[in-house]
Design a protein around this ligand. Sequence first.
Ligand SMILES: C[S@@+](CC[C@H](N)C(=O)[O-])C[C@H]1O[C@@H](n2cnc3c(N)ncnc32)[C@H](O)[C@@H]1O
Length: 291
Amino acid sequence: MAPTTRKSSTSGNEIRLRAALKWAGGKYSVLPKLLAAFPDAPRLIEPFLGSAVVCLNTNYPAYILNDNNPDLIAFYRFIKKDGHAFIRACESYFSEKTNTKEAYEKYREKYNNILLHGGSRRDRAMLLLYLSRHGFNGLYRVNSKGLYNVPHGRYTKVKFPREELLNLHRKFQHAEIRHGDFEGTMRLAEPGDLVYCDPAYVPLSDTANFSAYTKMGFSLDDHKRLADTARELGKNGVNVIISNHDTDVSRDLYTDARIQCFEVQRNISRDAKNRGRAPELLAFFGPAANR
Ligand SMILES: C[S@@+](CC[C@H](N)C(=O)[O-])C[C@H]1O[C@@H](n2cnc3c(N)ncnc32)[C@H](O)[C@@H]1O
């Protein structure tokens, strides 16, 4: 393992790099708070990668990056390997003509047809970027058959994120990119590593909502498994930080961790009354818990 340690390149008022994909739960807006809490480490491990905006804004010597969304990971692997050629090909999907409801629905169907009937994985990866930038609010939502069903976002202008894609290409040259459940990736951590976990959050209001969350793939049992794994790694000298809503449920999950809380702006709900500020926490396990 590389002996050097260096953490974030971003704090306070520094420029923050943006993600290429719009992704629900993206951490762009809380990066200064988050990165200020990150300790130095020889390697950053992110088992819930999402938009990759966290690793993009750090400067660790090495990374292990994972998500259980196979299309997201296929997309990132094309960026890592095919870089400029893939980015140029993605750009062909971005024009005034392709930013209409009709074009969006045609491409969404094409994306789903590749899953249903087979086809080019590279085309599907390019379409993921198109759908993410043109769809409603960066939601990645599929139905019970796995078919993407997010409506058109009706943006007057859609920017092609060339710089953002190039930044990812550069970052990924220092990263192992994995697909799968979080636990296997967490268990690759060695003493001194930093593991940052950003799962789908526990519901803000009450635990009854957990059934809806479970359909999205992250149950209360998953949260317990995550907390248990973090605790175990922490005892072995790994620094683990978990993000979550600050609720009674999450306080129970992380009883033995050091907790830091703050407020964030929520904006993914269509329903205005569900927008506003929400309390979040960071739970620290391992040596950094004692700072
Ligand atoms: C809140 S998002 C992460 C956002 C990310 N930190 C960012 O700033 O964009 C949670 C991610 O966890 C992934 N995920 C959900 N369940 C998972 C599991 N069991 N194992 C690994 N990844 C999972 C989702 O696909 C999603 O990309």
